[in-house]
Design a protein around this ligand. Structure first.
Ligand code: DX5
Length: 229
């Protein structure tokens, strides 16, 4: 049984001066959950959300929050983001010398553990922790900023990951997420390759027809592409 297509906004392009209202608008538009791009200015050359900002936004929607931890010290920060209301934490394999232990620690905090791969990192880097995660994020941009161009050469990597998950008998348990440059002209390639959780930031807000239309259109495109594959 294939895991459902999920359209998930990155909060990065939101108007931070009106964050609560932006979260409510995205909720009304029908997104499945929310992704917070947490950046520490060390792992990536940008700085974004502390746990208190996420905790403040928590009361504006009942939908789940996930934190994409683009940070050098995920073991130090993980509990803060769970306490802030995130039910999934995504750590980067490149920042985790003890990834197996880090993922186990996230599970012990009561959150769903997930792992992200930067564009240069091979699927093999996470093959021995697939049993510990509920999702693998294949970055389709180099992390740090929204509004970048989709790296289409990641599609064979997504297919490779889908095949590995299938061989391990985990296709009904482990989601494949893509993040970066996802919009109406790129979502079909990502979904066809095997991604079922699609992070859209700039690409979502660029629709002139509004957020509700954008979410519906992206979901329809992703579901049609997967059905055709
Ligand atoms: C990169 C960020 C972005 C953001 C979405 O570090 O993770 O990928 O979520 O960006 P766009 O605007 O490309 O959807």
């Amino acid at each position: 049984m294939a895991l459902p297509i999920q359209i998930v906004p990155s909060v990065l392009p939101c108007d931070f001066a009106r964050l609560g209202g932006e979260i409510e608008a995205l909720d009304r538009a029908g997104v499945d959950h929310f992704q917070w791009d947490v950046m520490d200015g060390q792992f990536v050359p940008n700085l974004t959300f502390g746990p208190d900002v996420i905790a403040a936004a928590r009361r504006h929607t009942d939908k789940p929050f996930e934190a994409h931890l683009m940070v050098l010290t995920p073991d130090v920060l993980a509990h803060r983001y769970v306490e802030a209301g995130c039910s999934r934490l995504i750590v980067h394999v490149e920042a985790c010398p003890h990834l197996h232990r880090t993922l186990g620690n996230i599970a012990s905090l009561g959150a769903a553990p997930a792992v992200a791969l930067n564009p240069h990192t091979p699927v093999s880097a996470i093959e021995h922790v697939l049993d510990l995660v509920d999702m693998v994020l294949v970055m389709t941009v180099n992390p740090g900023f929204g509004g970048q161009s989709y790296i289409a050469t990641m599609e064979p990597k997504i297919r490779e990951l889908r095949d590995l998950i299938g061989r391990r008998g985990l296709a009904d348990r482990v989601n494949i997420e893509v993040d970066g440059g996802i919009g109406p002209s790129t979502i079909e390639g990502a979904a066809s390759a095997g991604a079922n959780v699609l992070i859209a930031g700039t690409g979502l807000f660029r629709y002139t027809e509004g957020l509700e239309f954008a979410v519906r259109d992206l979901r329809a495109k992703a579901e049609a592409a997967r059905a055709a594959d």
